[in-house]
Design a binder for this molecule. Structure first.
Ligand SMILES: C[S@@+](CC[C@H](N)C(=O)[O-])C[C@H]1O[C@@H](n2cnc3c(N)ncnc32)[C@H](O)[C@@H]1O
Length: 255
């Protein structure tokens, strides 16, 4: 029996059929992929491919190789079954310790996965991206941002998010995300932002399409306990919508 009252928010949304689980939606993901400009010469790695939307987009560019590392066994099994290719590999593992050879990748990217870790864990993952990238290689992130939030408000947002999504989410201001990357040897090349409208009807239809949105709605009606949690998440996102956004940063390994 599934316990929707205790489950993590992204798991509930995925269970209801939601495929796009990153804060800036497909729109910001498409900007991230375009900015990476993947070519046939590139060896690329994705941290936390989840359900594989970005993996498919990046693979359309025909990279030399792709390795996706996700910590969720079910996600990896799903990806291995659904996305195949001779140069494509999905591995179960922690993005902070991938086992991938040092200085072997041209591009690394990850979405909606650093936010859910404490700052020292974010740094471990950023260090790993740096380790496996070649000099001049690109690291792209797509995460939850904060805007015009002082320390008191930041703490309140973190507390409200923890209660609503049952994950100790720690969004950061764009300057803080940039500083974390710069501290580990990256230079920020480009940034993009979008509103944090993950659970707004307009964004859901844009991300999922009309029929999938109907299906998600029906699933929620059939699972009232999940519906209750989703209403609570949406209320929290709405309460803080002036102070939260979605952030994409494209950074280059310096040395
Ligand atoms: C919110 S989902 C985002 C998934 C996907 N990137 C997306 O945007 O749709 C979180 C995913 O991140 C994965 N994840 C979180 N921390 C991770 C880590 N340190 N290493 C590998 N995967 C991680 C989880 O297993 C889960 O599949």
């Amino acid at each position: 029996m599934e316990d929707f009252s205790k489950a993590q928010g992204h798991w509930i949304l995925a269970r209801m059929g939601k495929k796009v689980l990153r804060p800036g939606g497909k729109e910001l993901t498409q900007k991230l992929v375009a900015a990476l400009n993947v070519s046939a010469k590139d060896h690329i790695t994705e941290f936390a491919p989840g359900l594989g939307y970005t993996a498919s987009l990046a693979l359309n560019a025909g990279p030399a190789s792709y390795i996706g590392v996700d910590a969720d066994e079910k996600a990896v099994a799903f990806l291995q079954k659904n996305i195949k290719g001779s140069n494509v590999r999905f591995e179960l593992g922690n993005a902070a310790h991938t086992g991938i050879a040092g200085a072997s990748r041209d591009k690394v990217f990850g979405e909606a996965m650093l936010t859910m870790h404490a700052d020292h864990r974010k740094t471990e993952i950023i260090k790993e991206a740096h380790r496996i990238l070649k000099k001049g290689g690109l690291y792209a992130i797509h995460e939850l941002g904060l805007q015009n939030a002082d320390e008191t408000l930041k703490a309140e947002i973190q507390k409200d998010l923890a209660l609503a999504i049952k994950v100790n989410a720690r969004p950061l201001a764009i300057a803080e995300w940039s500083a974390l990357l710069e501290k580990e040897g990256f230079a920020v090349k480009q940034t993009f932002t979008n509103s944090m409208h993950l659970l707004e009807p307009g964004r859901i239809i844009k991300d999922e399409g009309f029929f999938r949105t109907l299906k998600i709605g029906l699933n929620i009606l059939l699972h009232p306990a999940a519906g209750k949690r989703i209403v609570q998440m949406r209320r929290t996102f709405k309460k803080h919508q002036q102070h939260m956004n979605a952030v994409v940063i494209i950074a280059e390994k310096q040395s």
